[in-house]
Ligand binder design. Structure first.
Ligand code: FES
Length: 342
């Protein structure tokens, strides 16, 4: 039986929560309305670091590039990986602009699986009541019988609707995709979800141009962000670049063109890096650098594989976008999972 400890949070906001000795600190905080910056929930980004000032916690070894040895020596730990061994006091940046939605465990029912592109589907899951989340956040979906879960971003914007939309690309040999979602998952199946997680979005209500750069199914959170931004301001200047390797990997192009008809400030740019004839040839970062002499005053949201994200960020910086206005979410295939899958 698990033992419960008291975790006292100090900082600009003070709070006290109970946390079981087999429960991660971040999980306990988010279930109790203590909102910390968090992104990967995998121990790979360092976003959720907190300082233990009293008591002790257990945590797996952390890579030095996630938390420097100096910070570890000062008592910093990753809240998404640490469990309490005793009553604990921590210092946390509770003044964060992280989305404020309570973490929940849900069971949903698959209502539709829709082919989007080669090896890519949209999975629609009905939950019993609308989920409170921010555009850009994700859910962890439990893979039945595998003892693991996988993160998938909501592609739908927050709304009163209780259907969640996820984009999934098949990973050859992948436990979640090849051996479950693409193999046996079908309409009517029940799925377990936990979330929402992540703090990709910070300032949707700013007014400058919004540049969205997606690689593959990194389009999912950017779809949610674009639709939410356009519902807040239908005239908003939004530029969506969707990068894929081959034309067969593009999806929802007609949908995005229809958004451009309805919203005069919206531009859609499909970019194909390994063949010509459909979309713009090359990478999304190069397309952005070609299209803008300067990106001062603009905000960017970038989501996709690490190399694509790094290239897109460099392009935005070359065009003088402020680093604090560039928000990123890296994901990698499940075989080397580091952050959000898509
Ligand atoms: S390391 Fe904890 S959220 Fe990324």
């Amino acid at each position: 039986m698990s033992v419960r400890h008291r975790v006292q949070v100090s900082g600009s906001v003070s709070a006290s929560v109970e946390c079981a000795d087999d429960q991660r600190l971040l999980d306990a905080f988010l279930r109790n309305n203590v909102y910390l910056p968090n992104s990967c929930n995998q121990g790979t980004c360092g976003t959720c670091r907190v300082k233990v000032t009293c008591g002790s916690v257990s945590a797996p070894t952390v890579d030095d590039d996630v938390l420097t040895p100096e910070l570890q020596a000062e008592g910093y730990v990753l809240a998404c990986q640490s469990t309490p061994d005793s009553d604990v006091t921590i210092e946390a940046p509770t003044e964060s602009s992280a989305p404020r939605h309570r973490l929940r465990d849900l069971t949903g029912t698959v209502s539709e699986i829709r082919a989007l592109a080669r090896d890519t589907v949209a999975v629609f899951v009905d939950v019993t009541e609308p989920l409170d989340f921010s555009a850009g956040q994700y859910m962890e979906i439990t893979v039945p019988g595998a003892g693991l879960s996988r993160p998938y971003s909501m592609a739908n914007p927050p709304s009163t609707d209780s259907t969640l939309e996820f984009h999934v690309r098949r990973v050859a040999g992948g436990t979640a995709t090849d051996r479950w979602i693409f193999d046996s998952l079908s309409s009517g199946n029940r799925v377990d979800l936990r979330g929402p997680w992540g703090d990709f979005v910070h300032d949707l209500e700013t007014t400058g141009p919004m540049i969205l750069l997606a690689g593959g199914t990194g389009l999912a959170p950017l779809k949610s962000i674009a639709l939410e931004a356009l519902s807040l301001d239908p005239e908003r200047e939004v530029h969506l670049y969707h990068g894929v390797r081959y034309a067969d990997d593009l999806y929802e192009s007609d949908f995005w063109r229809s958004i451009g008809v309805a919203h005069p400030g919206f531009r859609y740019q499909p970019c194909v890096s390994r063949e010509t004839g459909v979309g713009r040839p090359g990478y999304v970062g190069d397309a952005v650098a070609d299209d803008f002499a300067t990106l001062r005053g603009a905000v960017a949201y970038v989501c996709g594989p690490p190399a694509m994200v790094d290239g897109a960020i460099k392009a935005c910086r070359r065009r003088r976008m402020s680093a604090r206005h560039i928000h990123r979410e890296k994901y990698t295939p499940a075989t080397e999972l580091a952050s959000v899958e898509g």
